[in-house]
Design a protein. Structure first.
Length: 246
């Protein structure tokens, strides 16, 4: 069980990053490790990649562990949070990064597609945060959700994705009020982040005022800001898009 009241700050702090084996989650985990935090990452299918990230984290001289997690399952969430707390004795920062993305015409979308998107992108962060809340309250910790520019801009072929992220943005505001004053809750909303050579990359690059697409490292820097900034900052959505949404 977590301590009943906040204990004196200890170093290093512990961060839990869902979906931390690849892409943006990987860079977030590494950024937190560079900042001196122990990091627990979760994975669903990427066990090999997760092991590689754990090795990289430990190279910074902090603790690391990879834990299997399906954010759609209450029991899996409960086990992952308990495993993190057992390993490090605390959870100071929670980064809800695990998510899925899919293109689908809205008029042809199935109920299964809609539900799968919401149970991962919206219900998942709710479940993980709820389970970790006693630990976060004890540490006067922070929650950082990974939202999306698509939550605020119409993407016709990604209606279920955009709706799930819009719900997550509202959940950020709701949690910020519900969990204050012990826990701060914020959200980083990336625009087009270039991780693979896709045909869409050039199109988004041309539309972005900064003249390029974003990088996973830049999203990770925004997450690190919320993880280390004054605890008084809460309920905020920080868009990382190079001006694409303007």
């Amino acid at each position: 069980m977590p301590p009943e009241s906040p204990q004196p700050s200890a170093s290093p702090k512990t961060a839990l990053v869902t979906g931390g084996a690849k892409r943006i989650g990987r860079e977030v985990a590494l950024a937190l490790a560079r900042a001196g935090m122990n990091v627990a990452i979760t994975y669903r299918e990427s066990q090999i990649e997760a092991a590689e990230v754990v090795a990289k984290i430990r190279a910074f001289g902090v603790g690391a562990v990879a834990i299997p997690l399906d954010v759609r399952s209450e029991e899996s969430v409960r086990q992952a949070v308990q495993a993190t707390a057992l390993e490090f004795g605390a959870i100071d920062v929670l980064v809800n990064n695990a998510a899925i993305f899919e293109s689908a015409p809205l008029g042809e979308m199935t109920v299964a597609q809609w539900d799968r998107m919401f149970e991962t992108n919206t219900r998942g962060p709710f479940l993980v945060t709820r389970e970790a809340l006693p630990w976060l309250k004890a540490a006067h910790g922070r929650v950082i959700h990974l939202g999306s520019l698509g939550a605020n801009h119409v993407w016709p072929l990604h209606g279920h994705y955009s709706a799930s992220k819009a719900a997550l943005h509202m959940l950020t505001h709701t949690m910020a009020k519900a969990f204050a004053p012990e826990v701060s809750v914020n959200c980083v909303a990336p625009g087009y982040i270039e991780m693979e050579q896709l045909e869409a990359a050039a199109r988004f690059r041309a539309r972005t005022p900064m003249g390029r697409n974003g990088t996973p490292q830049e999203v990770a820097a925004a997450v690190l800001f919320f993880a280390t900034s004054p605890h008084f900052i809460t309920g905020q959505i920080l868009t990382v898009d190079g001006g694409l949404g303007l």
